[in-house]
Design a protein around this ligand. Structure first.
Ligand code: ADP
Ligand code: MG
Length: 271
């Protein structure tokens, strides 16, 4: 995407709350285009951009048939971009996200996040990379039912050995930013499906990943909840300069992303 197309599609922003200690970057959409061009192609962008080159992946079915799911996928993304990945069921959307996230190994091709080569990383390096830089949202929220919303959201920070009280403060701030502060102390089983899924999004974002992989995140939601969840992801990309890839069938969500990649017969077309 050119810098100009980014100017033409300003994104909504997270409201900064008093509890939010993060340094939100001021007015992306208000910057002049010259500055934006510098920002997009400056050193920071080169550090954290995503480059996927000629990814190929085949599976062998139990009957021995070889299924070529991805046949040479290439694209790149700059910080702040949201990209929808469309495609029929079975087109390879989840496979692509798994490869980008280092959960599966490609047969061919490369994935670079900043300077980090995902496909050739060793297991321990990859685990550190995922913990530090990647947030994942699934179709089903996978929250822990016995914990409250806030406890679920702060789990990644606890696992990363952050101070517990600070982790809880961050979780409350995150819930507050998306208008779910009043649900913080509720057990997740007492919340609606839409709220549960948005809490899963908060949990995926709490450690401020550079890259968010969302696999049909609105698959089970009504249009109102889908819209709110889209707000959460798109705002996150804009304010934290993260890259967000969303596999989806939801056309409304796709249209709100900066770019749409469609997977068809193992290749992408962009429109
Ligand atoms: P999508 O997410 O677009 O629905 P997937 O990436 O899940 O598609 O799957 C693409 C194709 O690859 C499907 O035909 C699926 O059955 C097959 N596939 C995915 N993972 C495996 C696997 N681990 N073993 C064998 N086949 C797989
Ligand atoms: Mg899938």
């Amino acid at each position: 995407m050119s810098p100009m197309s980014k100017v033409q599609s300003p994104k909504p922003r997270l409201e900064s709350s008093a509890a939010d200690s993060h340094d939100l970057r001021a007015g992306n959409e208000k910057r002049d285009p010259t500055q934006l061009a510098q920002a997009d192609f400056g050193p920071r962008t080169l550090d954290v951009g995503l480059t996927v080159t000629d990814l190929r992946k085949a599976f062998v079915s139990p009957s021995g048939e070889r299924l070529e799911v991805l046949r040479g996928i290439s694209f790149s993304a700059v910080p702040g971009e949201t990209i929808a990945i469309l495609g029929a069921s079975g087109a390879g959307k989840s496979t692509l996200l798994h490869l980008v996230g280092g959960l599966e190994v490609p047969d061919h091709g490369s994935i670079k996040l900043g300077e980090f080569r995902v496909e050739s990383a060793r297991r321990a390096e990859l685990a550190r990379h995922r913990n530090a830089h990647i947030g994942v949202v699934f179709q089903f929220h996978h929250l822990l039912p016995d914990l409250t919303a806030a406890e679920n959201v702060c789990l990644p920070l606890i696992v990363a050995r952050h101070d517990r009280r600070q982790a809880m403060r961050s979780a409350l701030a995150a819930l507050d930013r998306v208008g779910l502060a009043a649900r913080a102390a509720h057990r997740v089983t007492d919340l609606s499906g839409g709220e549960q899924q948005r809490i899963a999004v908060c949990r995926a974002l709490i450690a401020e990943p550079r890259l968010v992989l969302a696999d049909e995140p609105t698959g089970n939601l009504d249009s109102n909840s889908s819209g709110l969840l889209a707000d959460d992801l798109i705002s996150y990309a804009a304010t934290r300069e993260a890259i967000v890839l969303i596999a989806t069938h939801n056309q409304d969500l796709a249209q709100r992303c900066d770019r749409v990649l469609t997977l068809e017969q193992g290749k992408t077309c962009e429109h």
